[in-house]
Design a protein around this ligand. Structure first.
Ligand SMILES: Nc1ncnc2c1ncn2[C@@H]1O[C@H](COP(=O)(O)OP(=O)(O)O)[C@@H](O)[C@H]1O
Ligand SMILES: [Mg+2]
Length: 239
């Protein structure tokens, strides 16, 4: 495949905090237009991996290539959308003003309405962020991450605290964006969203335990449920 086929190429990255390895030799390739699920329990290294894709974490070993460029590289970030685990918004201005501001940073004036409609917040656009519920803030944060129509969207546990109905709606939206060529990395510590991803990486103790479609991972582990695959593959990697 041509190098440009991949939105993300991570080769053998490692990162420690103190003596504790947060990432311990992780390699991942994510294709253009692919929805890649990063699944793992709390402390597995999901956030650290996502941060290393945008240059917020500098790996001690290995390389990170995003949209064909070795990272860190400032111009590439203009084509990346990043939604952090804790909604990062200005609490004292409205939802619409937040989204407009994030768009403006990326030189975009349009797309604010589209982004707010995407997350079903158009009716609440005038509300000051501090008055919104946790789920609404998450949605607003998502709108801020995608208002500039990024080629790569990094979503760190985007559906935590979002009700089931909207969750389905958001996933439909993610699939639509992927169909339009956007690559999406979405992390989660719950298994029930795995089926929505094209491919998964199971991560634990900073290591990728397995990669593939849900079916491939289950087959490889010889189990029927993804939860069991996790336990099985964790045992194998520890022994
Ligand atoms: N800034 C940091 N300073 C110290 N330790 C950190 C820092 N960020 C992450 N860690 C540690 O690295 C490991 C992986 O964390 P993280 O990437 O946040 O996992 P996840 O997102 O899967 O919950 C954990 O043991 C966590 O405590
Ligand atoms: Mg995390």
């Amino acid at each position: 495949m041509a190098p440009d086929t991949y939105a993300v190429e991570v080769e053998g990255i490692a990162k420690r905090f103190g003596k504790q390895p947060a990432l311990d030799g992780v390699s991942v390739r994510i294709r253009r237009g692919e929805v890649y699920g990063l699944l793992g329990p709390n402390g597995a290294g999901k956030t650290t991996l996502i941060r290393s894709l945008v240059g917020l974490v500098a790996p001690e070993k290995g390389t990170v290539t995003v949209l064909g460029r070795r990272m860190p590289q400032l111009p590439v970030l203009a084509r990346v959308g990043y939604m952090t685990q804790q909604a990062a918004l200005y609490p004292d201005i409205s939802a619409e003003e937040n989204v407009r501001f994030f768009g403006a940073i990326h030189g975009r004036e349009n797309g604010v309405r589209e982004a707010l409609e995407f997350v079903d917040l158009w009716d609440r656009r005038k509300s000051v962020v501090s008055t919104l519920s946790g789920g609404m803030r998450t949605r607003c944060s998502l709108a801020c991450a995608l208002v500039h129509k990024p080629d790569l969207l990094l979503l760190d546990e985007p559906t935590v605290g979002v009700d089931p109905q909207l969750r389905v709606q958001l996933w439909d939206g993610f699939r639509k964006m992927a169909a339009g060529g956007t690559s999406i990395v979405v992390s989660s510590h719950v298994m029930d969203e795995a089926e929505r991803c094209d491919r998964l990486g199971l991560i634990r103790f900073g290591k990728l335990l397995a990669e593939g479609t849900v079916a491939e991972i289950k087959t490889r582990a010889g189990v029927d449920r993804l939860e069991d695959a996790f336990l099985k593959l964790s045992e194998v990697s520890e022994s």
